[in-house]
Design a protein around this ligand. Structure first.
Ligand code: 1CP
Length: 333
């Protein structure tokens, strides 16, 4: 059993494994090198040879305990007929939501389009040491909808006025996300993480139907199918407690707004992951960064805890610092 699985499933408190959200990506020169000659991001995500190579890049540099498959949460909207492009330094651009295309896509078509992701997982699992976990992932329905409906440019009025269609889309996404996670597990991922990166945008009255219930359905499915799981409902503040009590994931990834002591007292029954602000890695000198690492390790000393950040590694982060942090976790655990 890998250190992450021991921590997540057996509530082991001695391993203190470590990995990083967005550990494969733009802060690594070797990733930027591949990206230079592969301008189309979706094509890159459906190229199993390159996906394997990129997934393993951080594993070759650092003594981390997991690889996360190089892909994107927007591969689901892509598989459902939306055109997805990524402009340099701009984030994703997605073609308008097309109801006919969305509801017209069959499960079989969806799986076929995402088959290269599963092929990449199979290949990567073969070349990854058995002591390392391979993490698969998906976006939660609400966070996918944020991109699929371009909510960024529409705001809360749109959400309020479109609850019927949003609920119908969530229902179909719930089924397809489950399939996507199961296929990743079958291909060789031993853990899945569900990213609800935009959960913090939801108003109180929307939280249950758009975030908690859909995540709960996914986690129940994972449990029925023996898929170890971690949820990341970013931005929920003190509602993290309600989320954990309702959804009951194996692990909960906390963001940098959550005080580690608060998490310790309020999210007790669950394995906790992450928390440290990724901005510190850019803004502060090494000594201070390592001091903050020590703080997280101290607070969670007697708990099943997976070291990670409160969000993904930022592009300007120095890879050497990721190495130092990893070494510190391994020394101090
Ligand atoms: O320009 C480039 O080179 C592409 C940059 C990039 C990369 C490296 C994007 C575009 N996605 C990824 C990979 C990625 N995305 C991974 C790979 C594995 C790893 O973590 O190492 C993962 C897990 C994701 C997940 C993802 N994509 C999330 C959830 C996590 C989070 O950061 O909150 C989200 C919201 C996305 C959307 C997305 N894709 C890419 C960008 C720049 C964004 C975010 C845009 C935004 O902030 O709205």
């Amino acid at each position: 059993m890998t250190p992450i699985l021991k921590t997540l499933k057996e509530k082991d408190t001695t391993c203190k494994p470590v990995w990083f959200m967005r550990q494969a990506g733009r802060y690594l020169p070797e990733f930027r090198e591949i990206r230079k000659t592969n301008q189309n991001f979706v094509d890159l995500c459906i190229n199993p040879n390159l996906v394997e190579k990129i997934t393993l890049q951080p594993i070759q540099r650092f003594k981390i305990d997991a690889a996360i498959i190089f892909s994107d949460i927007l591969m689901i909207p892509y598989a459902l007929g939306q055109k997805v492009t990524f402009q340099k330094d701009q984030g994703p651009i997605i073609s308008n939501f097309d109801e006919k295309k969305f509801f017209g896509t069959s499960e079989e078509e969806f799986i076929n389009k995402l088959n290269p992701v599963y092929e990449a997982i199979k290949k990567t699992r073969k070349s990854l040491l058995l002591s390392k976990s391979l993490i698969g992932f998906a976006g939660a329905p609400w966070t996918l909808i944020y991109y699929m409906f371009n909510i960024k440019n529409k705001g809360s009025f749109f959400i309020k006025n479109h609850s019927d269609i949003i609920l119908r889309v969530i229902e179909k996404l719930n089924v397809l996300i489950n399939i996507h996670l199961r296929k990743q597990k079958e291909a060789g991922a031993d853990i899945v993480q569900i990213f609800d990166s935009w959960a913090g945008l939801l108003k109180n009255e929307e939280l249950n139907k758009y975030c908690i219930l859909p995540n709960k359905k996914i986690i129940s499915y994972c449990k029925r199918n023996n898929i170890p799981n971690i949820c990341f409902p970013k931005g929920l503040k003190d509602k993290y407690k309600e989320f954990v009590e309702q959804v009951l994931p194996d692990g909960i990834s906390i963001d940098h707004d959550i005080e580690p002591e608060w998490a310790l007292n309020n999210l007790k029954e669950t394995c906790i992951q992450g928390g440290m602000d990724p901005r510190i890695l850019i803004e502060q000198e090494e000594k201070k960064v390592l001091h903050t690492v020590d703080k997280y390790l101290e607070v969670f000393h007697n708990c099943p805890y997976i070291f990670n950040l409160g969000h993904g590694i930022l592009p300007r982060t120095n890879p050497e610092l990721i190495k130092k942090i990893t070494e510190r976790v391994k020394e101090r655990k």
